[in-house]
Ligand binder design. Structure first.
Ligand code: ADP
Ligand code: MG
Length: 271
């Protein structure tokens, strides 16, 4: 599934993809992010966990330029041909439209509620970004979309509309749409939490394959068993700050902070 310029498996060099420092965000008087630092290396999978309202979605949206932090910096490395040169944004200074567009181009989001365009076919949903935003040749974008659909078992849904698909199928299209942008970083915001339980597996299966292929990703999820299986690092947030971070097995099985312990315990009891 990896495009030609996608991260390679067994990458010999450990290269940084993203470095975020001191991200801060308030909505009015509601401070939702404080001092958020995130480092992601190429091929690394980071699971972002935490209670509802802790700021997880705002972190992803900030990394993707959908939300503009009030302060802090985001730096993307310019590591391979597709990424071109590096990108560094200081949100403490005035940030221009071009910078935001450049930031948006570095990562791609997979949303909790899929966010497919309802009036467009599956194919059109997938090629919209590559053709309209990235100005890629349409024939090339279609060929790539078909290849990716085939890969997630949805080749026959090419001309279907979102309402004709199950939630699991829609989310697999959502993933293909993100992959088609050939981003440096994939961002998943609770990709399975809107799905009926019997459809969760097919989506987690695709994400697991992407991890094995070496994609660099941040996954917000409540699926702790899955997180432990695919993530290299787990970051636990609460109240807009990072409370604890570390290797997945350590944070999930032997958390050090009281708040992490409570959260992990509660989620494990729920399942
Ligand atoms: P999570 O994804 O962990 O549930 P969010 O990042 O969605 O948390 O939200 C963190 C906090 O920011 C919440 O208090 C939420 O109400 C608030 N918030 C998020 N987006 C907005 C917005 N666009 N306007 C005002 N408040 C917001
Ligand atoms: Mg959220």
């Amino acid at each position: 599934m990896s495009p030609t310029d996608a991260p390679q498996q067994h990458q010999p060099r450990v290269t940084s993809v993203l470095r975020a420092r001191n991200l801060a965000k308030a909505f009015g008087s509601n401070v939702v992010l404080r001092d958020i630092d995130i480092d992601i290396k190429r091929g690394q999978v980071v699971a972002l966990i935490g209670p509802s309202g802790s700021g997880k979605t705002t972190v992803l949206r900030s990394l993707n330029g959908l939300e503009i932090p009030d302060g802090g910096t985001v730096t993307f490395a310019g590591s391979d041909a597709s990424a071109g040169s590096g990108l560094s944004i200081d949100f403490g200074a005035k940030v221009g439209k071009n910078e935001i567009a450049a930031l948006r181009d570095r990562s791609a989001m997979v949303f909790q509620h899929y966010n497919l365009f309802p009036h467009m076919t599956v194919l059109k949903n997938i090629i919209e970004g590559p053709v309209q935003v990235q100005k890629r040749p349409k024939t090339e974008a279609i060929a790539e979309a078909e290849r990716l659909l085939e890969r997630v078992g949805l080749a026959d849904k090419r001309d279907a509309y979102p309402f004709e698909l199950s939630g699991g199928q829609q989310q697999r299209v959502g993933i293909v749409r993100a992959l088609a942008l050939k981003p440096q970083l994939l961002l998943f915001d609770e990709p399975t939490s809107a799905l009926d339980p019997e459809l969760v597996g097919e989506v987690l299966g695709v994400i697991k394959e992407l991890a094995e292929e070496g994609w660099t990703m941040v996954i917000v999820t409540h699926e702790l068993a899955f997180a432990q299986h695919v993530a290299d690092e787990v970051i636990f947030m609460d109240g807009g700050v990072v409370v604890e971070r570390g290797p997945a097995a350590e944070v999930l099985r032997a958390p050090r902070q009281e708040r992490t312990k409570l959260f992990v315990k509660r989620l494990q009891h729920d399942v």
